[in-house]
Design a protein around this ligand. Structure first.
Ligand SMILES: *Cc1c(COP(=O)(O)O)cnc(C)c1O
Length: 388
């Protein structure tokens, strides 16, 4: 129940152990086509270039930046947590000029600040935003950003590593030009691939670069020849077993259905927050901008961060995440991603926390945390029956 990797379904583990075929075997090329179709449905896009890149989420991040940002390009980047900073570093290393818009950790990048950054100063090649900031639990609103970028001739790049498969990511409707994710968060696959989609506009820009992409391995014009060109030209050996695993993980996603999956994440996230409140653990982000799959709560002073997380792991077999950077020791990050997102996990964690808190003398009335979560589940069943 940390910020990823999440639990992996036995069907995915089984797929990982299947015998290998070659990376140019017609059977394997067919499997790649199926993966592309499933990923398009998940990203809600018609983009032809929709692939699973070799490498973890950071490889997706680096590929997008290294291919779209050329030396001298200015890129507006939202920094309100760890991953915005990482993006700014990558932009710099690609020779670009990051134009940071900062917000306190736990808050969103305000639409007005984006508007201001695009309106003053020189031309902007791209706006880069993190949809689900895993270091703070903040959900960045994106619905209106694409139109704003287009009116300034800028591309919109979105990090959907934690959001994809847990909340809607509507690439076409929101006007996103480049969007990448990872397999070990809400897709519940081991880490190792980066789902990635690029708009035709973005692919055009890559094909018309003034300078070759500085990364050969992540050069998307070469990778497109393997995934999308009729030639299926060898670039690097595809991680066959990982793609078997992703293929099965995506089947599980679509068997469940996107909407039920998003509702499951929302309900369990809501129940967890309701249960944490009686323990004095309140979400860092405002209710309006809170992610369901990653709950970041602030710790009251009396609570010993390391003691609780050590006991949770040692005595209860539960892992939760600590804070990063300026939030170290001040927050917990509890993941409810993909297969890890289950009612039983929410209730087991709350029960364990109550036990530890009571032992430490931090809690007068044990039972209220579990009860608050159970009430959330009961209400949702009652309203679902009413709706039916
Ligand atoms: C996890 C994460 C990444 C990095 O992914 P890795 O798989 O660790 O390389 C990037 N962005 C966000 C928002 C993440 O949560």
């Amino acid at each position: 129940m940390g910020p990823g990797p999440s639990l992996v379904h036995p069907r995915v583990l089984q797929a990982l152990s299947k015998p290998l075929v070659g990376h140019l075997d017609p059977l394997f090329l067919g499997l790649m086509d199926t993966i592309q179709g499933s990923l398009r449905a998940l990203f809600q896009t018609g983009n032809e270039f929709t692939v699973a890149l070799s490498g973890t989420g950071s490889a997706g991040m680096e590929a997008v930046v290294a291919n779209l940002i050329e030396p001298g390009d200015r890129a507006v980047v939202g920094i309100n947590g760890v991953f915005g900073s990482r993006l700014a570093t990558m932009i710099e290393r690609s020779g670009g000029i990051p134009v940071p818009i900062e917000a306190p950790w736990g808050q969103i990048i305000a639409p007005e600040a984006l508007h201001d950054a695009l309106s003053r100063g020189g031309p902007v090649k791209a706006v880069v935003l993190v949809h689900a900031e895993t270091s703070t639990g903040v959900r960045q609103p994106l619905e209106a950003v694409g139109a704003l970028c287009r009116s300034h001739g800028a591309l919109l790049i979105v990090d959907a590593v934690t959001s994809l498969g847990g909340i809607p990511v509507e690439v076409d409707a929101w006007g996103i030009d480049a969007c990448y994710s990872g397999t070990q968060k809400c897709l519940s696959c081991p880490p190792g691939l980066a789902p990635l989609t690029m708009s035709p506009r973005a692919m055009d820009i890559i094909r018309r670069r003034r300078t070759p992409c500085r990364s050969w391995y992540l050069d998307l014009s070469l990778i497109a020849e393997y995934w999308n060109d009729r030639s299926r030209a060898y670039h690097h050996t595809a991680p066959i077993s990982m793609l078997y695993g992703l293929h099965e993980a995506l089947r599980l996603v679509h068997e469940e259905g996107l909407l039920p999956r998003f509702m499951r994440h929302q309900l369990n996230g809501d129940a967890l927050v309701a249960g944490l409140e009686p323990l004095g653990l309140l979400p860092l982000p405002s209710n309006e901008h809170r992610l369901p799959m990653l709950t970041c709560v602030t710790l009251p002073d009396r609570i010993d961060d390391t003691l609780v997380r050590t006991q949770l792991l040692r005595d209860h077999g539960i892992e939760i995440g600590g804070g990063l950077g300026p939030l170290r020791g001040r927050v917990w990050r509890i993941g409810l991603m993909g297969e890890s997102c289950q009612q039983a996990h929410v209730l087991t964690l709350l029960n364990a926390l109550e036990e530890i808190f009571a032992q430490q003398g931090w809690l007068d009335q044990p039972g209220r945390a579990v009860q608050a979560a159970v009430e959330t589940y009961t209400h949702s069943q009652v309203s679902a029956r009413r709706g039916a």
